[in-house]
Ligand binder design. Structure first.
Ligand SMILES: NC(=O)c1ccc[n+]([C@@H]2O[C@H](COP(=O)([O-])OP(=O)(O)OC[C@H]3O[C@@H](n4cnc5c(N)ncnc54)[C@H](O)[C@@H]3O)[C@@H](O)[C@H]2O)c1
Length: 323
């Protein structure tokens, strides 16, 4: 009988995973962080290494893992297009073989398992905002399919294991999340804008900047994942987690410039043909079933993220690494 819950976080050295490890430790759990450092770094969890309730294991989840745990948060997977395109076969393997290995582990130790799925399972959606009942519109052989189809197959595996082996599963469909410890070079709009602003470089706006996005601060996302894990066995999801407040890309750029005190100017560039006009989660189910909604305003979240990137750039310029 274990008084402390033993939680396994795959991808625990990544952006969201490292905050999740912190949160679980703060809640009094033992945390095993498993990561192959494909996109994650030891810097993200360096401050946890002295905690006797935290353990770090370098391991690739495409290979089986035998450990004793009560809860599994399966976050391992490169999340940004720059990283998942780099090795598309490994990306799909991580989603599919990784899910099989983690579900196998879950079955053996009778744990509860949560999958970090994605809004990308909706593909190029024909429905806005997307409720969980929408099946999506995904190209199986397009540039994003290694990620989108990998995550879709992982969801299928989760529900098949539930049906066949009665596993306790939870599936979160995560929408755009931002915050400190995002990768500096992953090509995402929030980190791009912040880095350009801090360097006083021109900020590239595609089209008229009127396309909208919704951004969820990482603390809110972690809170949502933990609340989902704590639901009753009957609740499986899939459930959308994200911030439903829309903001135009132009407004985002203005806020980043103002909050960072930057001298950057906006430069307009042609809108790529596959750039969606709108992306926003429908979080009605999360509100109802988890009693969850994001609490951090975009200004608060951006201020913390800007402070983090300031530090990274300062460190980088001392070491001559960030150009
Ligand atoms: N950040 C977002 O906006 C977002 C949106 C939707 C879904 N997600 C999902 O959330 C999860 C975490 O995303 P993130 O933004 O923190 O990304 P991240 O790249 O920072 O974290 C992923 C972590 O997984 C590790 N990893 C990758 N392949 C692995 C493997 N085979 N074995 C072990 N570890 C492996 C990486 O080293 C990294 O530490 C991912 O599953 C991602 O698909 C994130």
């Amino acid at each position: 009988m274990h008084l402390r819950k033993r939680a396994l976080v795959t991808g625990g050295a990544g952006f969201i995973g490292s905050f999740l490890c912190e949160q679980l430790l703060a809640a009094g759990h033992d945390v095993l962080c498993v990561d192959n450092f494909y996109t994650g770094t030891k810097d993200n969890i360096a401050h946890l290494l002295d905690n006797p309730h935290f353990e770090l294991l370098r391991h690739d989840i495409t290979f089986p893992l035998y450990v004793e745990v009560d809860e599994i948060y399966n976050l391992a997977c490169p999340a940004s297009p720059v990283h998942y395109h780099f090795d598309p076969v490994q990306t799909t393997k991580t989603s599919v073989h990784g899910a099989i290995n983690m579900l196998g582990l879950c079955k053996r130790v009778k744990a509860t398992i949560l999958q970090a799925s994605t809004s990308e399972v909706y593909g190029d959606p024909a429905v806005h905002p997307q409720p969980e009942s929408y099946w999506g519109n995904v190209n199986p052989i397009g540039p994003r399919s290694c990620y989108d189809e990998g995550k879709r197959c992982a969801e299928t595996l989760f529900f098949s294991y539930r049906q066949q082996h009665k596993l306790r599963i939870k599936v979160a469909r995560i929408f755009n999340t931002y915050g400190p410890r995002m990768h500096i070079n992953d090509g995402r709009v929030v980190s791009n804008f912040i880095v350009q602003a801090l360097k006083n470089e021109p900020i590239s706006l595609y089209g008229d900047g009127g396309q909208t996005r919704s951004f969820c601060y990482v603390d809110d996302m972690v809170q949502g994942l933990v609340s989902l894990m704590n639901t009753t066995d009957e609740f499986t999801g899939p459930v959308n987690l994200g911030n439903p407040t829309e903001c135009t890309i132009g407004q985002l750029a203005d806020k980043v410039i103002a909050l960072s005190g930057s001298k950057s100017k906006l430069v307009h560039k042609p809108l790529p043909s596959d750039d969606p006009r709108q992306r926003r989660p429908d979080v009605a189910l999360a509100c109802r079933a988890l009693g969850w909604e994001p609490a951090t305003s975009l200004e608060q979240g951006l201020a913390k993220t800007i402070a983090y990137f300031e530090q990274v750039l300062r460190r980088g310029s001392r070491h001559g690494t960030t150009g």
